[in-house]
Structures are given as structure tokens and as C-alpha cells.
Design a protein around this ligand. Structure first.
Ligand code: BEZ
Length: 260
């Protein structure tokens, strides 16, 4: 999912380009193997990939023999998904238009972009057949905590809007379980997994790829200074002695089953 929906102003919306995603965010799908295995897609199943992005994992679901629909809100990435031959549709996760038609709903690295999780999970429940599976992975409580804290500290010193530093939904397992159960799901498994994630293109590239609206509130030299100050605050904890950066990711991975 590629635009923060329900955001207060256009300037806080996150947008993507297919080549920027390829360069600085390819690890998002590369690291999706664990949640893919948890789903265990079967031939002939009809599966919705919620927040399909450029379709790198969606194509794997199709390769497993499933009939797949991808949903996302970034036209740039939907175009990349369609170029892979996928049925990729412009659909906001808060307004899923499906009724009792999927065997499973899958989601990788997307649910944290959706600001109203109760609406999303209710839509997933409507989309599934009785007994259907909802399997996903996204940012959990404490995800990118150091990165967000550094942006808030530097943003405050420059008189910026620090709410732009971290618009995401990063719940605890308890909080997300309650939302799932409230929509009629039985939680089969759920947990938090710290996953320090190597950033091949560095921290500045990550910051500008994943939190562009925060930096775009500053102009010219001040924008460059804010970026550099955030990077320097993070260097002692997220850059090793060989100059290799990582991000302090924490994943929430879950599998849930809808009642019959
Ligand atoms: C994540 O996948 O955890 C993530 C993505 C974008 C911003 C922050 C976190």
C-alpha cells in the first residue's frame, strides 16, 4: 500500500515511483519469505494480495497456482504489477469491495500504511469465504523507533511538524489480536520479530524513500541540513564500523482464520 490514506493533508501523503522502489525498497519483497511460507498458498485458491505494490510477491502466489487479485493505491506500482501480467486493481484497503469470494487474504509490509485498521480488517472479513485465512506481516510495535525518534528530535529543533515523522500503525500483538477477534477471526498465531534490515543504499536513501513528506516540509539548505542531522544522530546505533547501515525493523507476523 503506497499512499497513507486518511492523511490530513496532501503534503503528508507518501508517493512512490517504480524505479525508486526498485532501487531503495526491493528488500521489502525480498524479505517476504517467512510470511509467504506461513500462508502456504495452494493451487486453485483465490487469494487477495492486499497492498501488492509492484507485484513481486503476488507473482509468487500466482506461481503457486493460486488465482490472485492484487490491490494497491499507487498507480506507479500498480502499473509495474500489471506489467508482470497480474490482475492488479486500484483499491483502498479501507474500502474493500469484495464479498465472500476469497480463500485467503495475504498482506506483506502494507497494513502499517492504513490508518484505520478496524475498517481494513472488517473489509478483509467480508472478502473471505467462511473459514478463510488472513495472513500477513507488517511493522509491529517499536518498528523503526530509533529512526522516528531521530526525525522527531531534528524536526522539533527546526520548528517542523513532527507528526510527519511517523504516521504508521505499529501495534502490539495484543492490540492487533483484539481487532482481528472483533471482526470474527480466530488468531492462529501472532508475534513480534525484531529484524534489523540491511540498507544497501544507506540511511539517507531510506529516509527519503520512506518518509519523503517529513523532509519535503523543509526547503533547500534546511532540507539538506535536516537530512544530514537525522543521519548523524542515527549513525552510532544503526551504522557499523564498516559504514554499513541497517534499519531497526520489528515485524508483526500473524495468521488468523475466519469463523464459518
Ligand atoms: C516497514 O515496512 O516496516 C516500514 C515501511 C515504511 C516505513 C516504515 C516502516
Amino acid at each position: 500500500m503506497l499512499i497513507v490514506t486518511g492523511s490530513p493533508s496532501p503534503s503528508s501523503s507518501q508517493t512512490w515511483t517504480a524505479d525508486g522502489y526498485e532501487r531503495n525498497a526491493r528488500f521489502v519483497s525480498d524479505l517476504g519469505a517467512a510470511v509467504f511460507a506461513l500462508l502456504a498458498p495452494r493451487p486453485g485458491e483465490r487469494i487477495l494480495d492486499l497492498g501488492c505494490g509492484d507485484g513481486a510477491l503476488t507473482i509468487g502466489l500466482a506461481g503457486a497456482g493460486a488465482e490472485v487479485v492484487g490491490a494497491d493505491t499507487s498507480e506507479a506500482l500498480l502499473a509495474a504489477a500489471r506489467a508482470r501480467g497480474l490482475d492488479a486493481r486500484h483499491i483502498d484497503g479501507h474500502h474493500l469491495p469484495f464479498s465472500s469470494e476469497f480463500d485467503a487474504v495475504f498482506s506483506n509490509a502494507a497494513l502499517h500504511w492504513m490508518a484505520r485498521p478496524g475498517e481494513v480488517v472488517a473489509g478483509v472479513a467480508r472478502a473471505l469465504k467462511g473459514g478463510g485465512r488472513f495472513v500477513g506481516e507488517f511493522g509491529g510495535h517499536g518498528n523503526v523507533a530509533a529512526i522516528v525518534t531521530a526525525m522527531r528530535a531534528v524536526g522539533r529543533a527546526h520548528g517542523g511538524d513532527i507528526s510527519l515523522a511517523g504516521p504508521w500503525f505499529f501495534p502490539t500483538p495484543e492490540e492487533y489480536s483484539a481487532i482481528l477477534e472483533g471482526a470474527g477471526f480466530e488468531v492462529v498465531e501472532i508475534g513480534l520479530y525484531p529484524r534489523p534490515t540491511p540498507l544497501a543504499t544507506g540511511m539517507a536513501a531510506w529516509l527519503q524513500t520512506f518518509r519523503k513528506p517529513f523532509f519535503d516540509q523543509f526547503r533547500g539548505d534546511e532540507r539538506a541540513a535536516v537530512l544530514s542531522e537525522v543521519e548523524e544522530l542515527l549513525r552510532p546505533c544503526l551504522c557499523d564500523s564498516n559504514g554499513r547501515w541497517s534499519a531497526d525493523y520489528v515485524r508483526l507476523r500473524f495468521a488468523a482464520r475466519l469463523g464459518r
